[in-house]
Ligand binder design. Structure first.
Ligand code: DC
Length: 224
């Protein structure tokens, strides 16, 4: 059986690295749904349409040609209308706006549909905020990764491209707290664990330990 695996949780909890490594170990496809919301956000920023113009945004979203390709090392490359935007969507300017964009019904309808289509065959690991609750309520394994804000902000600060974003750790911590709050209060796909999700606190675990735990859980489901 090829599982659908959902990995949700707040920014910086280690979701994308863990999801990618779990997918690699199981020979599954990794799908970074946050990158999809970031891509739409970048398209809106480039268009100059204000984020509160929901009708204009709905039109724009329908016209976006969004493609995700898997690289040989299991990462996702994101293309918007044929252009590789994988690096650009990681900018803090995109992070600052993405929660507001992802709180729009038409944006979510468009992306949730796309995510479900990509997952239909199984053999997938999706990471996001609402995968276990909204996108794939039928996922056989649901993980909710958590970590304290201080640990998450430190991790993100280390990952930042300092040539593009020279943000201090305390400013980044504040920005993440604001985004957490917005993501938790998203009207259509709030960040929260599904009732049947297994919560893993990653504060004191290495990436490898988290990956091992999830892979073991997945293997147990496969052989059940
Ligand atoms: O995982 P990330 O930090 O790259 O996600 C960026 C934003 O996208 C996040 O702040 C909320 C939104 N998002 C969402 O609403 N639903 C998802 N499934 C994934 C991300």
């Amino acid at each position: 059986m090829k599982l659908k695996i959902a990995i949700d949780g707040p920014a910086g909890a280690g979701k994308s690295t863990v999801a990618r490594m779990v997918a690699q170990q199981l020979h599954y496809t990794y799908i970074d749904t946050g990158a999809m919301y970031r891509a739409i956000t970048l398209a809106i920023m480039r268009s100059g349409v204000p984020v509160d113009q929901t009708d204009a945004i709905a039109k724009l979203v329908k016209k976006c040609d969004l493609q995700i390709k898997l690289t040989p090392d299991g990462k996702n490359k994101i293309y918007l209308d044929g252009e590789d935007i994988t690096t650009e969507i990681r900018q803090e300017a995109v992070s600052a706006l993405v929660s507001d964009v992802s709180n729009q019904l038409m944006v979510r309808k468009f992306l949730v549909e796309k995510q479900r289509q990509m997952a239909t065959t199984g053999g997938v690991v999706l990471d996001g905020r609402d995968i276990g609750t909204v996108v794939l309520p039928d996922a056989q394994l649901k993980i909710y990764l958590v970590a304290s804000l201080a640990v998450r902000a430190k991790r993100r600060h280390l990952e930042l491209n300092k040539d593009v974003d020279n943000i201090s750790l305390s400013d980044l911590t504040n920005a993440m707290a604001i985004r957490d709050n917005k993501d938790a209060n998203n009207t259509y796909g709030p960040m929260r664990p599904a009732d049947d999700a297994i919560t893993i606190d990653t504060d004191n675990l290495s990436i490898e330990e988290v990956v091992k735990k999830i892979t073991e859980l997945a293997k147990a489901k496969i052989s059940a």
